[in-house]
Design a binder for this molecule. Structure first.
Ligand SMILES: *Cc1c(COP(=O)(O)O)cnc(C)c1O
Length: 419
C-alpha cells in the first residue's frame, strides 16, 4: 500500500492492508487474489441490488449516450424532473418539493440550512439552533457534526468548534416499548422545547433506526409524539432517512411506518442503488412557501455543482423501478425473518444487545476489543463484514440469496463460539 490513498476512519499508521476488489457481481465482491466475499455491508448500506445489475448498467449507458451532466442552474432535464416526481410519490404525502445534492451529508446540511432560513424568511431570526438525539449520526461535514452524538460520537474531538446544539436521550425500549417509556422520552423533548423553542429551528432524528451511532431502534409512537411536540412549539421536524430510506427498516421510508410526515426529509445512500453518489432533501409546501416570494433575498441560496446529475437521476429512476417491480419490501421481510430467527440464538457473555429491524441486524458487545480480528476471520469464511466500535452488523443487499445470508450469520456465530 502506497499511503497515497488516505483511507476513511482509519489510523493510517496501523491500518491493515485493504482488500483489493477487481470485480463485483450480485452480492459477491471478487478480490485480486481470487477470492469471493459475500458483501454483508452493501458498501455502506447503499448497494441494495448488489453489483453489476444489467438493467441499471443499461440505464447508465443510455443516459451517458445522451449527456452525463448539465448544471441545474438555468437548465433542467427529464431525468431530474421525473425523479423529483417519483420521490414525491414514494415519500409520505405532503413532501412536494425536491432539492438535489451529491451526498447524504450535504442533504443534511441543506435540511439544516433550509430550516434556519424558513424562520428567517418569516422574521424569526432567533430560531437557528437544533435539537438532536444522543447516539445520532448525520454525516461528517461541519453542520452535521454538530448534530451527531456529542460525547461518544466520532466527532467528540471537535467539541467547542461548531455551534453547540441541544440533545435528548436516545429513545428507549426498541420498536414496541411500554407506553410509559415513550411518555417519559417524549416528556424530555417537550421539556427541552418548552424552555428553548424560541431558539430552536428544528428537531432532527434518524427515524426508527439510529444507524451509524450504534444501531439503536425506537418506536413509531415516539416519532408521532415528536411530530405532536414539534407542532406544539412551532419547531420543524427533520427526518434523516439517508440510511433508513428505500426499505432498509421494512417499509419504503421509516416515516411511513410511523404515519408521520416530517417537514423536511433527506435521502441518499440507496437512492441510486449504490451506483453513483447522489442525495435529495424533500420539503413540504409549508417549508417551500416560506421561500416562494417576489423578494429575491428569500430565495434558497444553495446549489451543489453536481446536483441533479443526469446519470445519477437516470440510475435512481431505474433503481426505484426495479425495487417496486421485484417486490423488494418482501425481500427485506425475508431477510428480517432470517435475522430474527438466527441472531437471537447467538450467545456469548460478551453480548450486550441484539437488534433486528428490516434488513438490518446488529450485535453489540461490551468492548470493541471483542471484535478484534473478526474482519479477517469472516473474510477467511468468504464473508465481508465491517464491525465498528461495539457493533457487528449485517445490512446486506436486498437480493442476497438465502444461503448467502446464512453464511454471513454462520461467520458471526462461529466467531462467538470460538471466542
Ligand atoms: C451515511 C449517513 C449520512 C451521510 O451520508 P454521506 O453520503 O456519507 O455523506 C447522513 N445521515 C445518515 C443517517 C447516514 O447514515
Amino acid at each position: 500500500m502506497t499511503k497515497r490513498v488516505w483511507f476513511p476512519y482509519a489510523q493510517m499508521k496501523r491500518i491493515a492492508d485493504p482488500i483489493e476488489i477487481v470485480e463485483a457481481r450480485g452480492c459477491l465482491l471478487k478480490t485480486k487474489d481470487g477470492r469471493e466475499l459475500i458483501d454483508a455491508v452493501s458498501s455502506w448500506w447503499c448497494a441494495i441490488h448488489g453489483y453489476n445489475h444489467p438493467e441499471i448498467n443499461a440505464a447508465l449507458a443510455e443516459q451517458a449516450g445522451r449527456f452525463s451532466h448539465v448544471m441545474l442552474g438555468g437548465l433542467t432535464h427529464e431525468p431530474a424532473e421525473r425523479l423529483a416526481g417519483e420521490l414525491v410519490r414514494v415519500t409520505p404525502a405532503g413532501l412536494n418539493h425536491v432539492f438535489y445534492s451529491d451526498s447524504g451529508s450535504v442533504a443534511v446540511e441543506i435540511a439544516l440550512k433550509m430550516a434556519i432560513q424558513f424562520f428567517r424568511n418569516r422574521g424569526q431570526r432567533e430560531k437557528s439552533r437544533f435539537v438532536a438525539v444522543r447516539k445520532a449520526y448525520h454525516g461528517d461535514t461541519a453542520g452535521c457534526m454538530a448534530v451527531c452524538d456529542p460525547d461518544d460520537g466520532m466527532h467528540a474531538l471537535f467539541d467547542g468548534v461548531f455551534p453547540k446544539q441541544f440533545f435528548v436521550d436516545t429513545p428507549r425500549g426498541g420498536i414496541d416499548p411500554p407506553t410509559e417509556i415513550v411518555a417519559e422520552d417524549a416528556a424530555q423533548l417537550d421539556t427541552l422545547l418548552s424552555q428553548h423553542h424560541e431558539q430552536v429551528a428544528a428537531f432532527v432524528i434518524e427515524p426508527l433506526l439510529q444507524a451509524a451511532g450504534g444501531f439503536h431502534v425506537h418506536s413509531p409512537t415516539y416519532l408521532r409524539e415528536a411530530r405532536r411536540i414539534c407542532d406544539k412549539y412551532g419547531v420543524l421536524l427533520i427526518f434523516d432517512e439517508v440510511a433508513t430510506g428505500f426499505g432498509r427498516t421494512g417499509t419504503m421510508f421509516a416515516a411511513g411506518r410511523a404515519g408521520v410526515t416530517p417537514d423536511i426529509l433527506t435521502v441518499g445512500k440507496a437512492l441510486t442503488g449504490g451506483v453513483l453518489g447522489h442525495a435529495a432533501t424533500l420539503a413540504t409546501s409549508k417549508v417551500f412557501d416560506a421561500f416562494y416570494d417576489d423578494d429575491k433575498s428569500k430565495a434558497f441560496m444553495h446549489g451543489p455543482t453536481f446536483m441533479g446529475n443526469a446519470l445519477a437521476c437516470a440510475v435512481a429512476l431505474k433503481s426505484l423501478e426495479i425495487f417496486e417491480r421485484e417486490g423488494y419490501l418482501e425481500k427485506v421481510a425475508r431477510i428480517e425473518a432470517i435475522l430474527n430467527e438466527r441472531l437471537p440464538a447467538v450467545s456469548s457473555p460478551r453480548i450486550r444487545g441484539i437488534r433486528v429491524i428490516g434488513a438490518c441486524g446488529a450485535i453489540e458487545v461490551d468492548e470493541p476489543e471483542a471484535y478484534a480480528g473478526l474482519q479477517t476471520f469472516a473474510a477467511k469464511r468468504g464473508v465481508w463484514l465491517r464491525p465498528f466500535d461495539r457493533n457487528v452488523y449485517a445490512m446486506p443487499p436486498y437480493v442476497i440469496e438465502t444461503d448467502q445470508l446464512h453464511r454471513v450469520i454462520d461467520a458471526i456465530e462461529e466467531w462467538f463460539s470460538n471466542a
